[in-house]
Design a protein around this ligand. Structure first.
Ligand code: NDP
Length: 275
């Protein structure tokens, strides 16, 4: 029995959706979401659960993950799990332990939303601190590589798995002062393209990148402190394209670079503008 996806927290955002997926479009799918405790990741976790998915909530702040877990279990019959994990410390051992836990707990994995990210300093390259560079690259690019590589055998057992890399405008067109954040998103785009090419004939796992565009979150406020949050779309208003990328409607899509700002629904997927 699917939950009712029209909870107040989602209703306002849903009014802006350009695509209306089925209420049970993710029924029984198991989807790992990184950075699930806040911002876009939290909205995705709630939305996916309301559409039937069992979500694996990975993040570094346990209290935030617990709040998302409680929200989901209060409203749906899905089975979320919490994975407290600082991606700064992710290595082969901890990634393998996660894969084993998912296999033992669910016996399957149908998708990964690589969403967690560090903004890092906005500063000229000439002054960019090496230690900050390493942290941003670890969380934004290395962790998605390591998680994907380690979880690939599980994904390949799914009939149709989806991996989504969360990109950014500055990961498609370089911009002054965005430093390691921009470079890490370029790396993520490259990772996505290589994986999509390697798997394009296997037809079981699809890989796409998505730029959510300016979205009302803590990261956005940190990057644009002078901006009024009220002028920026909410994470919930972006969730139509996130659902699309994990449900049946996108089965034939792989290697695409989508942009939530210009996307008008499944038949009108558009590449990112250069802005
Ligand atoms: P937020 O900062 O609101 O959320 C980021 C999430 O990532 C948080 O839950 C955070 O955990 C988690 N995270 C950060 N570092 C780590 C870590 N080391 N280990 C585990 N989890 C970590 O960001 P947004 O929701 O705005 O961003 C989501 C994605 O969208 C990012 O990839 C971002 O680059 C991308 N994006 C966002 C845009 C925007 O305008 N918001 C625009 C373009 C792209 P915690 O809550 O504990 O800090």
């Amino acid at each position: 029995m699917p939950a009712n996806p029209d909870y107040p927290e989602l209703a306002a955002g849903k009014a802006d959706w350009r695509y209306q997926p089925d209420a049970a479009c993710l029924q029984d799918q198991v989807i790992l979401i990184t950075g699930a405790g806040d911002g876009i990741g939290r909205a995705a976790a709630r939305t996916f659960a309301l559409h039937g998915a069992n979500v694996i909530l990975l993040g570094r702040t346990r209290s935030k993950l617990e709040a998302v877990f409680d929200w989901i279990t209060d409203r749906t019959e899905t089975e979320p799990v919490i994975v407290p994990c600082d991606l700064l410390a992710l290595d082969d051992t901890s990634a393998s332990a996660l894969a084993q836990a998912i296999e033992e707990g669910f016996g399957r994995l149908d998708g990964i939303l690589h969403n967690a990210s560090l903004l890092g300093p906005k500063t000229p390259m000439a002054y960019y601190p090496s230690d900050e560079w390493a942290k941003v690259m670890q969380v934004n690019a290395f962790a998605p590589f390591l998680l994907t590589r380690t979880l690939l055998p599980l994904l390949q057992q799914s009939a149709n798995a989806s991996v989504v890399m969360t990109s950014s405008s500055v990961g498609r067109q370089g911009r002054a002062y965005w430093g390691a954040y921009a470079v890490s998103k370029f790396a993520l785009e490259g990772l996505c393209q290589v994986l999509a090419d390697e798997h394009e004939n296997a037809n079981r796992v699809r890989f796409n990148s998505l730029n959510p565009g300016g979205t009302r979150t803590a990261m956005r406020a940190a990057a644009y402190p002078a901006e009024s949050p009220a002028d920026v779309p909410t994470p919930e208003s972006r969730m139509d394209i996130y659902l699309y990328l994990f449900e049946q409607a996108s089965l034939s899509l792989t290697g695409a670079q989508l942009d939530a700002r210009t996307w008008n629904g499944p038949t009108h997927s558009a590449a990112a503008p250069a802005s």
